[in-house]
Design a protein around this ligand. Sequence first.
Ligand code: FAD
Length: 657
Amino acid sequence: MWYPEEFDVIVVGGGHAGTEAALAAARMGCATLLLTHNIETLGQMSCNPSIGGIGKGHLVREVDALGGAMALATDAAGIQFRILNSSKGPAVRATRAQADRVLYKAAIRQRLENQPHLQLFQQAVDDLLLDGDGSGARVAGVVTQTGIRFRARAVVLTAGTFLDGKIHIGLDNHPGGRAGEAPAQRLSARLKELQLPQGRLKTGTPPRLDGRSIDFARCVEQPGDGMPGSDSAGRPLPVFSFMARPEMHPRQLPCWVTHTNERTHAIIRSGFDRSPMYSGQIEGVGPRYCPSVEDKVKRFADKGSHQIFLEPEGLSTHEFYPNGISTSLPFDVQLALVRSIEGLERAHILRPGYAIEYDYFDPRALRSSFETRQIGGLFFAGQINGTTGYEEAAAQGLYAGLNAGLQVRGQQPWLPGRDQAYLGVLVDDLVTQGVSEPYRMFTSRAEYRLQLREDNADLRLTAIGRELGLVDDARWSAFSRKRDALARESERLKSTWVHPRTLSAPEAERVLGKAIEREYPLFELLRRPGVGYEALLSLEGGRWRPSPAVDVTDDPRPLVSRETLGADYEAVVEQLEIAAQYAGYIERQRDEVERSAAYENLRLPADLDYHQVTALSIEVRQKLTAQRPETLGQAARISGVTPAAISLLLIHLKRSR
Ligand code: FAD
């Protein structure tokens, strides 16, 4: 049957990509349908019960700054929060949270069910409806398992690990999308028929343990930030969302640390002959940065021990996730290896570990908007683009949902730059480089990471999100208040001067480390190592007047206070301090971005005949013809396209203008 209503956007899949895609399209006012196998698994964490980490936390903050769900759901479900790299520079500091799986899913579902313009429907999608064929093909809707036909103007596919998914435990294997769930085989076959370029990847997960059978006395306790026993005990717990407060978090729990040992490694080696990875049963490439324990033992043969974090899965369960022993070895080997580990001698396995192989699509066949080049209106996001991780999936989902919505509204796609967001880095890496293994985000992938920090994701993106229709009134007014206070205080610090005459030597010594020899603006004093904003204010005491030489605010008193800003006070102070302390570096990075902007964003005509570009090598011509980069910057990042080739292209473009 034909479903009576037509939708603007249909999203297939209710994982991290699908839920953000559907919410984004609906926030923009598009009539949206989220179609998924099972409404009970909306927002399901297939693997580790944690969100964030270095690079990943940055993406979560960006999703949040654009009005997305992941950060707020984590704040509602987080049972342990930590700021990683807290002693390092602000660019690489990152938030990570353990989440209660049940609370996380509930928070996501609650948002979905209360989102205007969004409908949910439970059923597998088996087919795509297309109008036209060849280069003019356009998606027109989807067909479900029972033959219901839904019409839509755009479709976002986020099928995760489900397309022709195959689960491996030892030499046994069976079809599955993840443990206990059916794969999407018909849809996989249909996509193969459409000849979208694809391949196979694999990922794996550890066995889960019953906490009642773990001897925690033999493990080392690891409390979260702000929890008793941590270095930051008593301080407020970290939060993920710019809109969250620590009071939103449920009860906090510690994690525990133990280690593998030589005996564990010998047991693992004894199972190699029955490992699907080493017997050739698994063809897909796995994530290098999340290796299985057998892979670690093989690759780092000289290492006698590997760390394992025992992570609680939630407040209402005894289940534990042993992070570090992902495996697809046979169950008898899994049990023996687990029980060889200190504290786990009597551990009961609740669920065996396994590996899964699945179809992914070459992201180089996507436009920068994540629309497939082959079929108009069909967008891909999440694990099917060759990535791994909830955060990477969520960011892509929001992005594809947004661009599907913009297309339906007849607007140009939003394409963030590499200097603007990790999302820009992620998209650009995928569409220009493709993947040879599951792609995960790291801060090292971003060349402008000093300006792409977790702490300023809202300052980089919330105004854009508002313009695009993604940011609601509550977030916008909270953000505007914070941004305005920051701008005014920053201006005041730059225009309020301190003269040596007004500052006693002992006071200068106490706060600045030494006396000042000439007049300084407060902003410049804040740049001195070890000088914080509040210490500067204690020094200021409201005595100074704006220098007559500069354009200043009328009132020299501080505009930032706990009374006026409430919970945002700390965030504003942090921004002021970072802006002052890293001013030189940030300025240099901005100059670099400006210098490369003209070249970076120079658009390449869609019909450019690379064979007509004089002196380009055949290899470069073939690569550019196959990949059709949209800008000169993208062309430069395709492997094998040399700076010399870019110069030739530039000359060609200038001549043909
Ligand atoms: P998923 O979360 O897989 O969601 C896909 C959704 O689409 C599901 O709701 C599914 O029911 C639905 N769906 C699929 N096909 C259809 C269809 N035809 N019709 C209707 N609905 C459909 N990530 C890491 O970062 N590190 C790891 O170590 C790691 N290990 C993993 C181990 C395993 C065993 C698995 C399964 C995943 C692992 N992941 C890991 C990956 C992580 O789970 C994914 O990156 C993330 O969940 C991807 O999100 P997604 O939204 O793209 O897809």
